[in-house]
Design a protein around this ligand. Structure first.
Ligand code: ADP
Ligand code: MG
Length: 253
């Protein structure tokens, strides 16, 4: 589904990702964990094509995402290619990023109508289904400011799913929420994980959630995968000292 092949990303002289290789298989749920500043958000932003790569190629569904073919040669992707590629990736950010001037229903149907060319009726029917999935069927006409942070984040999840993306990217989606709202959002994500086969790449500090939902955990530090394994392996028997130190810090024991 997704393949990073020798991906490099720099900000000025600072090398954030250096020759990064990893794959996510179709339907797989992969959790990315690791200390702040280790490059997790950068990986998601590259996949969302919000940032260009400085080296290597990212592949999505067997096609180059960051590049396109010119004859037999791979060249840097054009804006047109990136726009099309971006619509195959759904992302939910730490900050909810809803359009404040639009209703909940308009937030969810905007891209399906304007990017996918769906009819208003079709997009609205799908949006109402998704609102039911995230437990907000009665909020279709509300504005984001009338909702709690947890409700806004559930709308953001529905909005990402409305484009039927090949992969759903979640970047610390509960870390800006008040503690009492975290469980609702994680509950919705657990339901989506259990009831759909959508591929997910999940950056999270919620280790219980990673443990329950992920098929595989990648531990990041300094822009590199320092360890990977099943949740069972990583959380009960980590092999790398830096993984143990990180888990000790986040789990507090
Ligand atoms: P994480 O999500 O794991 O906390 P990030 O991917 O956000 O890490 O950041 C990785 C590194 O890249 C950090 O050192 C950060 O300061 C740097 N970085 C991220 N985005 C930018 C940017 N737009 N400009 C300069 N440096 C950046
Ligand atoms: Mg981050």
């Amino acid at each position: 589904m997704v393949r990073f092949a020798g991906v490099e990303k720099r900000f000025g002289k600072h090398v954030v990702l250096d020759e990064l290789d990893f794959e996510v298989r179709r339907g797989e749920r992969v959790a990315l964990i690791g200390p702040s500043g280790s490059g997790k958000t950068t990986i998601l932003r590259l996949l969302m094509t919000l940032e260009p790569v400085d080296g290597g190629v990212i592949w999505l569904e067997g096609k180059p995402l960051t590049h396109e073919y010119k004859g037999e040669k791979l060249v840097k992707a054009s804006q047109k290619h990136l726009r099309a590629a971006r619509s195959r990736v759904g992302m939910v950010f730490q900050q909810f990023n809803l359009f404040p001037n639009m209703t909940v229903l308009e937030n969810i149907t905007e891209a399906p109508i304007h990017v996918r060319g769906q009819s208003k009726a079709e997009a609205q029917a799908r949006a109402r289904e998704l609102l039911a999935t995230v437990g907000l069927e009665d909020k279709a006409d509300a504005h984001p400011t009338q909702l709690s942070g947890g409700q806004q984040q559930r709308v953001a999840i529905a909005r990402a799913l409305a484009m039927d993306p090949d992969i759903l990217l979640l970047d610390e989606v509960t870390s800006a929420l008040d503690p009492e709202l975290v469980a609702d959002v994680l509950g919705v994500l657990r339901t989506i994980a259990e009831t759909t086969s959508i591929t997910m790449l999940i950056v999270t500090h919620e280790m219980g959630f990673a443990r329950d939902v992920a098929d595989r955990v990648l531990v990041f530090d300094g822009g590199k995968i320092i360890e990977e394994g099943t949740p069972e392996q990583i959380f009960t028997d980590p092999q790398v000292e830096r993984t143990r130190a990180f888990l000790k810090a986040v789990l507090g024991h």
